[in-house]
Write a protein that binds this ligand. Structure first.
Ligand SMILES: *[C@@H]1O[C@H](CO)[C@@H](O)[C@H](O)[C@H]1NC(C)=O
Ligand SMILES: *[C@@H]1O[C@H](CO)[C@@H](O)[C@H](O)[C@H]1NC(C)=O
Ligand SMILES: *[C@@H]1O[C@H](CO)[C@@H](O)[C@H](O)[C@H]1NC(C)=O
Ligand SMILES: *[C@@H]1O[C@H](CO)[C@@H](O)[C@H](O)[C@H]1NC(C)=O
Ligand SMILES: *[C@@H]1O[C@H](CO)[C@@H](O)[C@H](O)[C@H]1NC(C)=O
Length: 439
């Protein structure tokens, strides 16, 4: 093998545009790389300063081609691919250039071990290919719309974990946003990503040493736009959710004067804004009919935006507390409805008033309390009060309802419960329910 490289180097000395395959001179042809990818240049790979592309593919060095290397880097989500010394393949998200390392293409003239008609860099020379993705991780990478803030790069130790609980985000796609959402779900306020694809949760980093951010330089396998720690290094984020202080009172006085309590709509916002994409981000709530049985119609409160809405507003039966009453009906002559008693784990249900027994005791389980968030927390989409149910303002969630039509309809649930036949509690998003005056 060495002899072959030697021949190639000798050939290189003779000509910079042709390579020797042993007995004849061949003109190298352009590798046919996937669309979107392009050849960048021949670079000096100054290994004493750290490799230009740091991730060694480990592909067999005897059968290397440019296509094979680029395919490998694509399948592992890297933005750069580089071939070197005829048979080596490296990938990375960024070029770790130590000054200007670009050099003349004549330096990259070694035939690829798997296809002698292609060139695969040279001794300490790398042919670099790139997919054109300019999105590189910044350090620290801030999380979108989140209370999680970057706290630093911390040392981890396999025999004494800095954050003790390892979790797997859904579909095992570890990145700071998905790790944050998963740790928040398990009620931890500190999370760290490590070694490209690990997610760890805890409540503090204890006595672990903080080191330079540059030591957390491994991009996440699942999302190359973020760093996910490194070997024994955690990229740590801490959750700074504003403190809520709900009033336990449920009085008329808590209803602001501008609010016409006999005419309002509801709006839900996640308590913990989802940091990964695809989460519920808040919406208007609607009262939708789910069942008609003779004279009785049953309805519930849902965040479904495509469902038929028959009731467009709400009021309280009392002066600021009591049943919820859908106040506006789109149906001619439809009988008014009342909210049913709130039960933990199920939807907020309504039933046609005419079919509810007259002797139903007054059950003032709905009212409002003032916006629970401190001023300036940036977390009050309205100045309005929030809805309470059974004196809880903090027990609402939006849950994808697998028994509903349309399937995964986002229904409002009070105190979601595990092992419920209609939803998976892990998919419920805790929300605040804001009371909006109808214009
Ligand atoms: C290689 O990197 C080292 C360390 O950064 C530097 O001193 C040296 O000049 C570099 N060599 C070349 C050829 O760029
Ligand atoms: C972390 O903090 C949360 C909220 O304070 C608490 O419920 C949980 O038990 C704590 N977990 C650990 C492992 O200390
Ligand atoms: C409040 O709602 C009631 C009932 O819908 C209506 O009669 C009244 O005019 C409204 N008041 C204001 C100030 O909007
Ligand atoms: C909405 O109402 C229309 C007309 O009554 C009906 O055809 C349609 O199936 C309804 N859609 C849903 C999602 O219930
Ligand atoms: C889910 O959908 C079913 C069918 O519409 C309904 O009976 C139930 O109340 C809904 N909500 C929950 C939380 O189960």
């Amino acid at each position: 093998m060495f002899l072959r490289y030697l021949l190639a180097i000798i050939a290189l000395a003779r000509s910079t545009t042709a390579v020797s395959t042993g007995d004849s001179i061949k003109i190298p042809r352009q590798a046919s790389i996937p669309s979107g990818w392009a050849f960048v240049s021949c670079f000096i790979d100054n290994t004493s300063a750290g490799r230009l592309l740091t991730v060694n593919s480990g592909l067999p060095t005897e059968t290397m081609t440019v296509e094979g290397c680029v395919e490998y880097c694509i399948s592992n989500n890297w933005a750069y691919a580089g071939v070197e010394y005829g048979g080596e393949c490296y990938c990375d998200e960024v070029l770790h250039e130590d000054g200007s390392q670009e050099t003349s293409s004549g330096d990259c003239s070694m035939p690829c071990t798997g296809d002698a008609f292609e060139t695969c860099g040279g001794p300490n020379r790398m042919d670099v290919y790139w997919n054109g993705d300019l999105n590189v991780p910044s350090s620290p990478s801030p999380l979108y719309k989140s209370y999680w803030t970057y706290s630093g790069c911390f040392v981890d130790d396999t025999s004494d974990r800095t954050l003790s609980v390892q979790v797997e985000p859904p579909s095992n796609s570890v990145s700071p946003p998905t790790c944050a959402d998963t740790c928040a779900f398990y009620e931890y306020n500190t999370m760290g990503t490590e070694f490209g694809d690990e997610c760890w949760c805890g409540n503090n980093t204890g006595s672990a040493a903080q080191v330079a951010d540059s030591e957390c330089a491994m991009t996440c396998n699942a999302d190359r736009d973020f760093f996910c720690g490194d070997a024994n290094r955690l990229s740590v984020y801490v959750n700074n959710v504003p403190q809520e202080t709900y009033s336990s009172d449920c009085l008329d006085l808590n209803v602001p004067s501008w609010l016409n309590i006999s005419d309002f709509t509801l709006y839900a916002t996640p308590k913990e804004p989802p940091t990964s994409s695809g989460g519920y981000e808040g919406s208007a709530l609607h009262i939708i009919d789910i069942l008609v049985d003779g004279d009785t119609t049953f309805s519930l409160i849902s965040a479904c935006q495509d469902c038929n809405v028959t009731w467009t507003g709400l009021s309280f039966s009392g002066t600021g507390a009591g049943y919820l009453i859908p106040s506006v009906s789109n149906l001619e002559g439809a009988p008014p409805m009342l909210s049913l008693n709130l039960v933990a784990g199920i939807s907020v249900l309504f039933q046609t008033r005419s079919t509810i027994p007259n002797d139903l005791p007054d059950y003032p389980n709905f009212c409002t309390v003032a916006n629970p968030y401190p001023e300036g927390s940036g977390y009050s989409p309205t100045d309005g009060p929030v809805l309470t149910g059974d004196y809880h303002a903090d027990a609402w969630a939006i849950c994808p309802n697998i028994s509903a039509v349309p399937v995964n309809r986002l229904d409002l649930v009070s105190q979601p419960q595990p092992d419920h036949p209609n939803y998976n509690v892990e998919e419920c998003v805790p929300v605040d329910v804001w009371v909006h005056r109808t214009a």
